[in-house]
Design a protein around this ligand. Structure first.
Ligand SMILES: [Mg+2]
Length: 202
């Protein structure tokens, strides 16, 4: 086994920026409720949390949105609209490539959902370049619950300081640090990249 630490990346706001407003604008064209109501329905809503925690299937999620928003389209119309909220953060994607060239295994650890991941796989080639993916909806639990951090340790085969974890949400970082992982609270790449360099050379 490699002695180099595994690098565990959060996805949203670390490797991909996201903005639900674009999806909301496009959904509104086929809905009878306001953009504000649509935003409340899909962005960090109880419905989205349930979906991302694996508590409902994609079809169930879509049916709830379709009903609540009076969306006139079908799942095949909803899929690309709901998914198209992401844009690459190129400096962080380049960081992943450099880490892999240096012999680190790298992983994605995300609270997310099946529609988002299917869309991302189809749109962003960089997403294929990781050794593993720990996705909330597949494990029916979410960061910052300890159980999903145990999954990361199982998948990476590492623990304690064998893991370096980068996430923009403080409560997620706190759970990683509590397990003895090295953590970086990500605010922007200009701070994260040198902070990681220091950790790895220590
Ligand atoms: Mg995030």
């Amino acid at each position: 086994m490699s002695a180099k630490p595994a690098i565990v990346f959060d996805l949203g706001n670390v490797l991909l920026a996201f903005d639900y407003r674009r999806a909301v604008r496009n959904l509104a064209k086929q809905s009878s409720v306001s953009e504000a109501e649509l935003h409340a329905l899909i962005n960090q809503s109880p419905l989205l949390l349930k979906y991302e925690a694996g508590g409902m299937t994609t079809t169930e999620f879509f049916n709830e949105v379709k009903f609540a928003a009076s969306f006139s389209g079908e799942l095949e119309h909803f899929r690309p609209i709901f998914g198209d909220i992401f844009s690459e953060i190129p400096e962080m994607i380049a960081l992943n490539e450099r880490l892999r060239q240096a012999g680190h295994k790298t992983y994605i650890f995300s609270n997310t959902n099946e529609l988002a991941i299917e869309f991302i796989r189809g749109r962003f080639p960089f997403f294929a370049n990781f050794d593993g993916y720990i996705l909330s909806y597949e494990h029916r639990c979410m960061k910052p619950e300890a159980r999903i951090y145990e999954v990361v340790e199982r998948v990476t085969g590492k623990n304690n300081r064998g893991i370096v974890y980068i996430d923009d949400r403080e409560e997620n970082i706190v759970s990683g640090a509590a397990r003895g992982w090295d953590v970086i609270h990500h605010l922007n790449h200009t701070d994260t990249i040198p902070a990681l360099g220091e950790l790895l050379s220590a």
